[in-house]
Design a protein around this ligand. Structure first.
Ligand code: SAH
Length: 256
């Protein structure tokens, strides 16, 4: 292989995106740096096969982040990275998807800057692009969507703090991360703000993994279908006419 990236430096933190699940979606640069790790701080969405690319002797620290499991609070985590870097080790901070998309990578980078720790960011394939590709849903399409918006559907006090009039415009695709628990609210609000009840929508569980499952429907039917299918996080919801292309464009074999 001709590609020769520069090596990891001790005392530096590398914020690396591991992609959405399929280990083949890690970047070459990410894999190269990971192979030089002294310590890897990783999230729960990182594929085990990717973690195994770190040297056997590298220390592995689980940073958690499942719903309701606050294994390491974010402030402590930020400072942990500072401490590890000050031990003059090559610190790999491995995150699912892309570090700068709903990954708190920005907060970690700010803490590193505040403490004068050198760092680099290696982008990853975010769930939206990876999962949509494997599920058979082009996020934009000249006939259907000229824009795409990524939002988090995290429920706060039983609702979502989102700009509903903007999200309910046609001609775009809306991708909702962390939206499963709030799927009813999400679909109701989009209809309430003007999208038709028959507007196409899809939900994908464990996209890009062999356990991937896709459920399609409309704003009216998706919540019930997702429940009937027993879907569990991580899931990604995709709303827009492009979701209607899924039956024709699906190519990745799903188990069920
Ligand atoms: N930084 C990550 C997102 C972290 S937030 C990225 O860029 O992808 C975690 C959320 O991402 C999950 O709750 C889920 O909504 C979504 N997600 C991540 N991986 C996924 C996958 N393989 N399949 C479906 N959704 C996924």
């Amino acid at each position: 292989m001709k590609y020769s990236p520069h090596d990891a430096r001790p005392g530096t933190v590398y914020l690396i995106g591991a992609g959405p699940g399929d280990p083949g979606l890690l970047t070459l640069r990410g894999a190269h740096l990971l192979g030089m790790a002294d310590v890897v701080v990783y999230d729960n969405l990182v594929a085990i096969e990717i973690l195994e690319m770190a040297p056997p002797q590298a220390e592995r620290i689980y940073a958690g982040k499942q719903r309701g499991d606050h294994s390491v609070p974010q402030d402590e985590l930020n400072l942990l990275l500072v401490r590890l870097a000050r031990q003059n080790r090559c610190v790999i901070r491995l995150k699912g998807g892309d570090p700068y998309i709903f990954g708190r990578g920005g907060e970690e980078a700010q803490t590193l800057v505040a403490h004068g720790i050198p760092f680099e960011v290696v982008p990853g394939i975010t769930a939206a692009s990876g999962v949509a590709a494997y599920a058979g849903i082009p996020l934009t399409h000249r006939d259907h969507a000229h824009a795409v918006t990524f939002v988090t559907g995290h429920l706060q006090d039983g609702t979502m703090d989102l700009d509903w009039p903007a999200l309910a415009r046609s001609g775009q695709t809306v991708v909702i991360y962390m939206g499963l628990t709030g799927i009813n609210v999400l679909c109701e609000k989009l209809i309430e703000h003007g999208l038709p009840a028959h507007w196409p929508a899809a939900i994908v569980q464990q996209g890009t993994r062999s356990s991937q499952r896709t459920v399609t429907g409309t704003l009216a039917t998706l919540p019930e279908r997702a429940r009937a299918a027993g879907l569990k996080a991580p899931t990604l919801i995709i709303v827009g006419r492009v979701a209607g292309l899924q039956p024709d464009l699906a190519w990745f074999p799903e188990s069920a």
